[in-house]
Design a protein around this ligand. Structure first.
Ligand code: GAP
Length: 453
């Protein structure tokens, strides 16, 4: 595999410079591991979510959507096992006073040897590990003492299980069928870091796919394959993706089998998405704690059963980070190093930039006309400031796949040049054909040019 020029520092710096992601609360000195998404970050993140919804809802007819509350009845977390079991082993270093996850000492923020005090050669004197629950607690009601304790959801999945009965009634679905949701989750992580890879507030894209028990394994395999295909169809390089089977001792409390889709981040192979066979754990637990029957009854055969659940669960922020990393590239152009995000056009925040070559001779007026027409169809941007070279570089850095240039010839014959971010080819075509051509290219199969470099 050729050496990649990308580093996490370059991604952090590009993200801030170009308005993808900002450290949160910066004017107050920042808040550890909190990030705000800027204009291009929002557009990119929306594209990731749109593509996930498309794969779940538009391209299939066995999945329906949900948007459940962040705060659920507190019994939810007793039944789900999160109150008891959603913990990380926490150790304190008596020497440096920092806290670490006992099972992830190697990845701890200090980045140095676990047995060594950060920055010094003295050995870290670690306390015994104690279980630390990752759920954020808050209170419902105006008076803290009298209110009831509730939790910010640490996964969106439970909202789906709580609605299982509603969906049997309203959607009349018969297993196998799925309920999908995208939303924020919260975890009071001990060890955060690596930019938006692990934060305390993040978005998840989760599918709970309900199946007859005897079909669980087959559907588990189905989803492993589908999810890897989703990433590669959106241009993630296949040699930077792999599936890793969990060892029995690392399985979550609800899981019978889990495989992670891992991406080769600059920090090494790390989880992008977990695909779990949750068996009948959740529905059985909620039935027990709520006293409600959570089962499927086949009216034709009279068979009743608690469906088993296959769960592909991905992080939006982590997926966005993988796209930024996978797309990041540098090349030589006109004697300068060009930074370019080689994003799949469907993921790119801006699809087309409209640029008048000069700011006179009627070019800005005609360019504005072209821009207004294009933005009816795709996310477009108009830019007339600075040299044409600088404006191309700016669009390359935010991953815009195409740029339309309006020049003196355009005024004579209403043709423009369409520049391709990756091949740098410039095609001349009539203004009237532009929108159709851009949409055609947007739907065409795409392959990362980094695979051929
Ligand atoms: N419902 C199953 C579940 O939540 P998980 O493996 O804990 O499983 C699924 O989380 C995905 O959510 C992960 O693969 C990751 O992409 C994302 N994720 C989890 N914790 C995260 C965090 N602290 N920051 C960012 N993303 C996170």
């Amino acid at each position: 595999m050729p050496a990649d020029v990308v580093t996490m520092d370059k991604i952090v710096s590009l993200s801030k410079r170009r308005g993808f992601v900002f450290p949160s609360s910066e004017i107050y000195g920042g808040l550890g591991s909190s990030y705000d998404y800027g204009h291009y970050g929002v557009l990119l993140k929306n594209n990731v979510k749109d593509q996930w919804w498309r794969a779940m809802l538009q391209e299939r007819d066995d999945i329906v959507a949900l948007d459940s509350a962040i705060i659920q009845h507190p019994m939810t977390w007793q039944a789900s096992g999160h109150l008891e079991g959603f913990t990380d082993p926490l150790v304190d270093c008596r020497t440096c006073k920092l806290r670490f996850r006992a099972d992830k000492l190697e990845d701890s923020q200090c980045g140095r040897k676990p047995s060594v005090h950060p920055g010094e050669s003295e050995a870290c004197s670690l306390t015994e590990a104690r279980a630390f629950n990752l759920m954020f607690e808050t209170t419902i009601g105006p008076v803290k003492e009298e209110g009831s304790t509730v939790y910010l959801r640490p996964e969106t999945a439970q909202g789906i299980f709580l609605n299982f009965r509603n969906y049997l009634q309203f959607s009349r679905k018969k297993p196998p069928f799925g309920i999908a949701q995208i939303g924020k989750s919260f975890r009071n992580e001990i060890t955060t870091g690596n930019f938006i890879f692990r934060t305390r507030e993040f978005e998840q894209m989760e599918l709970e796919y309900f199946v007859p028990p005897e079909e669980a394994e087959q559907w588990f395999e189905h989803w492993l394959e589908r999810r890897v295909d989703w990433y590669t169809a959106l241009g993630i390089r296949p040699d930077h993706l792999r599936l890793r089977v969990h060892d029995p001792d690392e399985l979550s409390h609800y899981s019978r089998a889990t495989s992670d889709v891992e991406y080769l981040f600059p920090i090494g192979w790390s989880e992008l998405e977990g695909i779990a066979n949750r068996g009948d754990f959740d529905l059985t637990q909620h039935a027990l704690y709520s006293g409600q029957k959570l089962e499927y009854v086949d009216t034709a055969t009279g068979r009743r059963y608690v469906p088993h659940v296959i769960e592909p669960s991905a992080g939006v922020d982590r997926t966005m980070l993988a796209f930024l990393i996978d797309g990041y590239d540098e090349d030589e152009l006109e004697g300068e190093t060009r930074t370019v995000l080689r994003l799949h056009p469907l993921i790119a925040p801006i699809k087309v930039a409209v640029l008048p070559l000069v700011r006179r001779d009627g070019q800005p007026e005609l360019a504005s006309e072209v821009y207004r027409e294009l933005r009816e169809r795709v996310q477009a941007e108009y830019d007339e400031g600075g040299t044409i070279g600088r404006r191309y570089r700016r669009q390359d850095e935010i991953g815009t796949p195409w740029a339309v240039t309006i020049d003196h010839q355009t005024l004579a014959d209403r043709t423009v040049t369409l520049r391709d971010r990756d091949s740098l080819a410039q095609d001349r075509l009539p203004i009237d054909a532009l929108a159709d051509e851009i949409e055609r290219r947007l739907r065409a199969p795409w392959r990362s040019p980094k695979l051929d470099s």
